[in-house]
Write a protein that binds this ligand. Structure first.
Ligand code: SAH
Ligand code: MG
Length: 214
């Protein structure tokens, strides 16, 4: 997608965003470098929630609670269980969820997503959103995809990571290169994973949409 097309579509949505109070958090996120989900990617996810009549969501990576509340806002009766390990983020998320009155629709699980099975394994989910440390996406998929109902969705954000995944040679930092390699490996693993069907969208930072076989 060209920069012009992207800007055109983002601006086209502006009229809706003006009535969307959760959108106020985008300004905070940008000022504090919190990597919340990009606008067109979010619209795609909200549309999938409507299409699939999603009611229960498991999210790995809450940050300030922006995406959790956006998902819960699609319609009444949606419940989001979301996991976050960073104490500062947990604090912000709690404040935001309370401020926007989503306490009844969102359960915030505090701690590392690979250690909080106790709070996550007690139910099944219509949708899993993997949006935490990018090098760990495979681990979280293996851990939590079994909890997704047959026919349910597993969405992975940032599968193109800043355009580096398709063009790793431009990456200078050793750490970033390591991480990008893991994202490449994850994408290659995911696309041919048995029992699941995945397509990759090149909107913004890239979104993988996986449907679990029935
Ligand atoms: N989903 C949010 C953005 C999440 S940013 C939104 O779109 O609004 C990624 C978050 O994942 C960060 O806040 C980071 O602290 C958290 N995170 C990274 N690894 C984690 C882990 N292993 N367990 C729990 N949270 C993790
Ligand atoms: Mg993301």
């Amino acid at each position: 997608m060209s920069e012009k097309d992207l800007n055109y579509l983002v601006n086209l949505h502006q009229v809706l965003k003006e009535n969307d109070i959760i959108e106020q958090l985008r300004e905070y996120a940008e000022a504090h470098q919190v990597p919340i989900v990009h606008p067109l990617t979010l619209d795609m996810i909200k549309q999938l929630i409507r299409m699939k009549d999603v009611r229960s969501v498991l999210e790995i990576g809450t940050a300030i609670g922006y995406s959790s509340m956006q998902f819960a806002s699609v319609k009444s009766g949606i419940h989001v269980t979301t996991v976050e390990r960073n104490p500062d983020m947990i604090q912000r998320a709690k404040e935001n969820i309370q401020h926007y009155r989503y306490e009844d629709n969102i359960t915030l699980v505090e701690g590392d997503a690979s250690e909080r099975h106790d709070a996550i394994f007690n139910q099944t989910y219509d949708m899993l959103f993997i949006d935490a440390a990018k090098a760990q996406s495979k681990r979280f998929f293996e851990m939590y995809a079994p909890l997704v109902k047959p026919g349910g969705l597993i969405l992975t954000d940032n599968v193109l990571y800043h355009g580096f995944v398709a063009d790793i040679d431009v990456v200078r930092s050793r750490n970033v290169k390591q991480m990008v390699k893991k994202v490449q490996k994850y994408n290659e693993w995911l696309i041919q994973l048995e029992g699941y069907h995945t397509n990759f969208l090149d909107i913004e930072d890239g979104l993988a949409i996986t449907i679990k076989g029935e």
